[in-house]
Design a protein around this ligand. Structure first.
Ligand code: PLP
Length: 503
């Protein structure tokens, strides 16, 4: 028996059956007959009950997903979303100012931004002991003087020229050349022609989706994964499914099984210093992944957002350099190795694909700031980035060592802490679903900020883990933070309270 309402359809009406189904559920959601979390009838059942084709119901559901009203979840069906406050006002005809009708993309983006989960805030009056949450380099470490010198030099030498349009849709050739040269230790095939400069990795990811995907396409992510990507994928109306990514790396058997359905368009992952776990696919795992995809046309999007922050061991080849199909796109950024306000990142892909991406990007922003690109070229030419990276890696090495030592001192048996070879993030896991989320809550109450693992789960499932980030934690804060986490973990492991989710 179906408990959800079913549309009355009129085949003779001037509007299509797809539009009628979509309008019926949009109305039901907006007037409150269906609430956030309610499930739309399964496609097969709705099609049978309304005597229409499954494809009709599917197209209507895709329209509702693109409008940000429902979310297609793998395993749970199509679920009604929380509407943004503006839509609720709009629907209820309340509010003082008229609310403009928003595009489906804007509605989805607004809802995602409003719902954006993160680290629990510190309760009022609680003093900060350690910020192990924020994944943004420490302002104290920014090479401000060297940047200012590079900027001055560019303006002095090139004057107004760098303040105009650059007319280089793929980015300044000298910058692309410099990026390609820096990449050659992880991709010997890297060339300037294969690089498109973007406004950070975030724009690069958006650009890849705009260029390669259409609403309704299926994209695979790791579970857990970079949480902003979840929102971005859904804003694009994509179906998202997750492949487990544990201590042993990506679950290749699960990937193989999922690929058998033949509907996967794209796989997004971070092979090096993965966010949130800090884990890295070793060389054998990289080869195995590429081998698994060998007979498919699935595009891999590898996000190498902090590949250059390696403090130990040899750099590993990018998936792109190992992919004989040439279907891997690499996205990367200067945000973590230098500073995020630069808003410069890049995509590395085949020239034909880059031409399409450059055309799409042109519609978005014409080009990435020529002034900042020119200053970055000068900064690189002076060796300032190399000097900065040496210092940053040295500090990161000290912080990772301090974290391991503090974990040894403070964490009770049963806790498992990763020990990555670089990057800012590490994963701390407790033996029980939901314990990571509760640890984040308890720690916040005692002045330590960490991000609960559920934030990075595709469906917000209770997690065993928390993400620890060393970007904003000097050595004394690491020890103090781990002392708090250790005491909280001890309580959680000793306590009889049932495990419950943070969100
Ligand atoms: C995995 C990952 N990709 C991309 C980004 C976005 O970086 P950008 O500042 O270059 O846009 C972030 C930011 O934290 C990230 O963690």
């Amino acid at each position: 028996m179906l408990r959800t309402p079913l549309p009355e359809l009129d085949p003779a009406a001037p509007t299509s059956l797809v539009a009628q189904v979509a309008a019926f559920y949009a109305g039901a959601i907006r007037d409150g007959r269906m609430a956030p979390g309610d499930r739309l009838p399964p496609i097969r059942e709705a099609a049978r009950a309304c005597a229409i084709a499954r494809a009709t119901v599917q197209a209507a559901y895709q329209q509702l997903a693109a409008d940000g009203l429902v979310e297609a979840t793998v395993g749970r069906g199509t679920i009604v979303c929380e509407l943004p406050a503006t839509s609720r006002l709009h629907a209820a005809g309340q509010g003082s100012a008229p609310v403009p009708a928003l595009s489906p993309y804007a509605r989805a983006a607004l809802r995602r931004t409003q719902d954006m989960p993160g680290a629990p805030p510190l309760p009022a009056g609680v003093e900060l002991v350690a910020n192990l949450a924020e994944l943004a380099p420490d302002g104290e470490q920014f090479p401000v003087a060297e940047w200012r010198a590079a900027m001055d030099a560019v303006l002095r030498q090139r004057g107004g020229e760098v303040l105009g349009y650059g007319h280089e849709p793929n980015g300044l050739p000298e910058l692309r050349e410099a990026i390609a040269a820096r990449l050659r230790d992880v991709d010997p095939t890297a060339t300037a022609d294969g690089i498109l400069v973007t406004a950070g990795a975030q724009q690069a990811l958006d650009l890849v989706l705009r260029t390669l995907c259409a609403p309704g396409d299926t994209v695979l992510v790791t579970d857990p994964s970079y949480h902003q990507m979840h929102g971005l994928l859904r804003a694009h109306g994509l179906q998202v499914a997750a492949i487990p990514f544990g201590p042993a790396g990506l679950d290749v058997a699960a990937l193989r099984q999922r690929l058998q359905r033949g509907d996967v368009r794209l796989l997004y992952l971070m092979p090096t210093f993965h966010n949130p776990t800090g884990r890295t696919l070793d060389l054998a795992q990289r080869h195995e992944l590429i081998e698994t995809l060998r007979s498919t046309e699935v595009t891999v999007v590898e996000d190498e957002y902090q590949q250059s922050l390696r403090c130990r061991g040899e750099p590993l080849p990018t998936l792109r350099s190992l992919d004989p199909r040439r279907r891997t796109v690499t996205v990367a950024t200067f945000s973590k190795e230098l500073f995020p306000a630069l808003r410069i990142g890049w995509v590395q892909a085949e020239a034909e694909l880059l031409a399409a991406m450059a055309a799409v990007k042109r519609f978005m922003d014409l080009e990435t700031s020529p002034l900042l690109q020119a200053a970055l070229v000068e900064f690189l030419r002076r060796g300032s980035l190399d000097r900065h990276l040496d210092e940053l890696r040295g500090e990161l090495r000290r912080r990772h060592a301090a974290l391991q030592a503090a974990a040894h001192r403070h964490l009770p048996p049963g806790c498992r802490l990763g020990d990555p070879d670089g990057g800012f993030v590490t994963w701390l896991e407790l033996p029980g679903d939901g314990l990571g989320d509760r640890l984040a809550e308890l720690a916040a109450a005692r002045g330590v900020r960490v991000v609960p693992g559920c934030v990075f789960e595709l469906h917000g499932r209770p997690s065993r883990g928390v993400r620890l980030c060393l970007a904003r934690a000097p050595l004394p804060a690491i020890d103090a933070g781990l002392a708090v986490l250790g005491a909280a973990a001890r309580e959680l492991l000793a306590g009889p309270a049932p495990v419950r989710a943070f969100l």
